[in-house]
Design a protein around this ligand. Structure first.
Ligand SMILES: NC(=O)C1=CN([C@@H]2O[C@H](COP(=O)(O)OP(=O)(O)OC[C@H]3O[C@@H](n4cnc5c(N)ncnc54)[C@H](O)[C@@H]3O)[C@@H](O)[C@H]2O)C=CC1
Ligand SMILES: O=C(O)C(=O)COP(=O)(O)O
Length: 473
């Protein structure tokens, strides 16, 4: 048996919760008893995290990809966090990114969490992260208004040949013929109005519901399709919306179709969901708006349609087939590129990462269960354990604590898909010196455990992983 409460152990310097940067969590209005105990978890050995010349020991390292709003990055207090871009940040503890296509070899063993400042996580290897015990977060709704506004603009661009007209005016201007020709040539660029037309919204989440509501206010009739409609989104929908039971039925009578669903690869996913069957069901002059992901649309099927009929494709993504089609408008992925959306998404992502690193709370994860435990009681140390989702894990973990003479004060166990997540507050009130080093190793090396953390001590320490049967601290 590994004694976790080891009175014969070398006494360690007394550290107060406040001195350990735990003020927000552990320091209550009455002086905490934590100041009377010393907790040695043996994970302050920074050399095990790589070359300390690449980071500042004692801080959480956050690695960023893409341009992340400074407003969001300011949510990481400098005394606790160090934020670095891409290759400059070895041994990162968390990754913050936008559309960068993250590869597994860009995720060091030290990474505890990944946050996408945005909605779509198809650029992150989410299933692999689940196997590695890494929660992936996104920022639901943070950039939805920006996208909705561009969808509305897209409907107008798809109705009025504004882009062609602008290009024409440039060319006339170059020839010095603009004033002479404008009134004659404008007949080339006639359009139609959106008022009184029907919009089909595929995917009634944050963007889709907002688009439906505002399009109704512009005088449109709305049809919607979303088999996973949430109560939150349902409450935002216009009352007059007509809910269809399939994409085919949603698009049949639509003059405009807005795609607002996630891109999910593999069986049952959404790759090419707008294929020849859906395109074949569309009205000849329908305007398809794709501000979701390019891969949702079968471009060849759509090209056949656009070659024959006067429909439109307005997309926010590169398209190798339709990029120069006379009936397409291709925008360089600008949906979420507003200052407001960038600030909101980065701030939400930073707060989510901080909550996870500092308290173990999980919210807005796309692969881990939402989990929160009330603030850790006094005289406790919080342990979190990520495991495979299989029977008996919780019992095995509890057994290790019990055999080490440690009492569980409160705990929560949640699962989602293949992963389970445990937050356990261990009572240390009666112990002079508690060493979690061996307890953590025993728990982490249980079969089926992926990683564990002791949420106590210097930021960046207390993390251990079971990498295919090898112990990594
Ligand atoms: N162009 C851009 O810059 C941006 C694009 N996006 C894209 O838009 C997508 C949607 O974003 P949000 O509305 O914020 O996400 P959300 O998660 O709030 O909504 C997505 C909705 O789609 C529904 N859905 C999933 N599969 C479906 C299917 N096969 N048929 C019909 N409905 C389905 C879900 O039930 C959910 O209600 C993102 O996944 C992302 O790919 C998001 C933000 C910015
Ligand atoms: O949030 C999303 O899903 C987006 O597509 C936005 O991407 P971006 O952050 O602008 O690279």
């Amino acid at each position: 048996m590994i004694p976790a409460v080891n009175s014969s152990m070398r006494p360690v310097a007394r550290r107060t919760a406040a001195s350990l940067g735990l003020a927000s969590r552990s320091v209550a209005s009455t002086p905490p008893a934590l100041s009377d105990v010393s907790v040695e978890h043996g994970r302050g050995e920074w050399k095990t995290y790589g070359d300390p010349s690449t980071y500042s020991p004692g801080k959480f390292q956050v690695k960023t990809f893409n341009k992340i709003s400074p407003d969001g990055l300011r949510k990481f207090p400098e005394q606790q966090y160090e934020v670095k871009a891409g290759d400059e940040a070895a041994n990162a503890h968390a990754i913050l990114l936008r559309s960068h296509k993250l590869q597994e070899d860009e995720i060091p063993h030290t990474v505890r969490a990944i946050a996408r400042c945005g909605a779509g996580t198809n650029n992150v290897p989410v299933s692999r992260c689940s196997e590695l015990g890494i929660p992936v977060f996104n920022t639901p709704g943070a950039n939805a208004n920006a996208v909705k506004e561009l969808v509305l603009a897209g409907m107008l661009l798809g109705s009025r040949r504004v882009v062609d007209g602008i290009n024409h005016m440039k060319s006339l201007g170059e020839q010095g013929l603009a004033k002479e020709r404008v009134e004659k040539d404008k007949a080339l660029f006639g359009g139609r109005e959106i008022k009184g037309k029907t919009l089909a919204v595929i995917g009634l989440g944050h963007i889709g519901a907002a688009t439906a509501r505002d399009a109704e206010a512009l005088g449109m009739s709305i049809t919607g399709y979303d088999p996973g409609l949430s109560i939150e989104s349902a409450l935002k929908l216009p009352r007059s919306i007509d809910l269809a039971d399939s994409i085919l039925n949603a698009v049949r009578d639509a003059d405009y179709i807005s795609l607002n669903i996630p891109y999910i690869k593999g069986e049952g996913g959404t790759h090419g969901i707008i294929g020849s069957d859906v395109v074949g069901a569309m009205k000849e002059g329908a305007v398809l708006l794709n501000f979701a992901r390019g891969e949702l649309v079968d471009s060849d099927a759509l090209k056949e349609h656009l070659d024959k009929f006067d429909g439109r494709y307005v997309t926010d993504f590169p398209d190798d087939v339709l990029w120069d089609h006379a009936n397409s408008v291709v925008i360089p992925h600008l949906g979420a590129s507003t200052g407001e959306a960038e600030d909101a998404a980065a701030s939400m992502a930073a707060e989510t990462i901080r909550d996870y690193l500092e308290t173990g709370t999980i919210r807005n994860s796309v692969n881990f269960p939402a989990t929160s435990l009330t603030a850790a009681p006094e005289d406790t140390v919080r342990f979190t354990v990520c495991t495979q989702n299989k029977p008996g894990m919780l019992a095995h973990i509890s057994e290790v604590f019990a055999s080490a003479g440690l009492n569980i004060e409160q705990q929560v166990n949640k699962s989602r898909g293949d992963v389970a997540y445990n937050v356990v507050d261990i009572s240390i009130g009666e112990h002079g010196v508690v060493d979690f080093k061996d307890v953590q190793e025993r728990i982490t090396m249980l079969e089926g455990v992926l990683s564990s953390r002791v949420l106590y001590g210097v930021p960046g320490t207390g993390f251990a992983r079971n990498i295919g049967g090898e112990y990594f601290v």
